[in-house]
Design a protein around this ligand. Structure first.
Ligand code: HEC
Length: 172
């Protein structure tokens, strides 16, 4: 439950830094009160330090929480690079090949038994998602047969061909 809804709580490469910073704020705040009780006056810099640490934690959590929501993804403006992939004529077929063979696992909230978060942080649901990941989709499911995982199910060769055709259309 927690992991599905709060990927920041477990799935970021900075999670351990954020956790350490939480403990560090405990230290700065503690230091204030220890000194205040000992000397009658707390050192004000500890509050500044606590605030700075807090800001760093927030920044880290947004940097590493890179997966946008479904709505954000649908609404966002594509980069010129993504736009090339999304506007190709062959995109529609490739998009359906991907949503039909990848999205059950590579979703913000995967529907595949045993998969609780998008594997390797790769989400393939919206057109923007697929355009963003054009190259790795091509490499993993077009050029190679690494995806879907061989023990999951057999992907229709025609769907692989559609992915290959799309990628080569755009990249020449
Ligand atoms: C049954 C679940 C499942 C399906 C379906 C699936 N994947 Fe994956 N995918 C995984 C898992 C699990 C991993 C992580 C593998 C690992 O850790 O080496 C992964 C990893 C990946 C990666 C990252 C590879 C890397 O090493 O960086 C890409 C890209 C990818 N999948 C693309 C796809 C595409 C494209 C499709 C559809 C054609 C697809 N996957 C279908 C489960 C799935």
């Amino acid at each position: 439950m927690l992991s599905n809804h709060y990927p920041l709580a477990f799935a970021t490469e900075y999670a351990w830094i954020i956790a350490s910073l939480v403990f560090l704020t405990g230290v700065t705040i503690r230091h204030y009160f220890n000194t205040k009780h000992a000397t009658g006056k707390g050192p004000m810099w500890t509050w500044g330090a606590t605030a700075v640490i807090f800001v760093v934690m927030v920044a880290l959590s947004t940097v590493s929480g890179g997966i946008d929501s479904y709505e954000e993804s649908e609404g966002r403006t594509l980069t010129p690079h993504e736009q090339k992939f999304a506007s190709a004529e062959s995109f529609e077929d490739a998009y359906y090949a991907v949503t039909g063979n990848c999205s059950m696992c590579h979703a913000r909230e995967p529907g595949w038994e045993g998969i609780v978060a998008p594997p390797k942080g790769i989400v393939l649901e919206t057109e923007a998602d697929v355009a963003r990941h054009a190259k790795v989709v091509y490499l993993q499911a077009g050029l190679s047969h690494a995806m879907p995982p061989p023990n999951a199910f057999e992907m229709d060769p025609e769907a692989r061909d559609q992915i290959v055709a799309w990628y080569r259309d755009v990249t020449g």
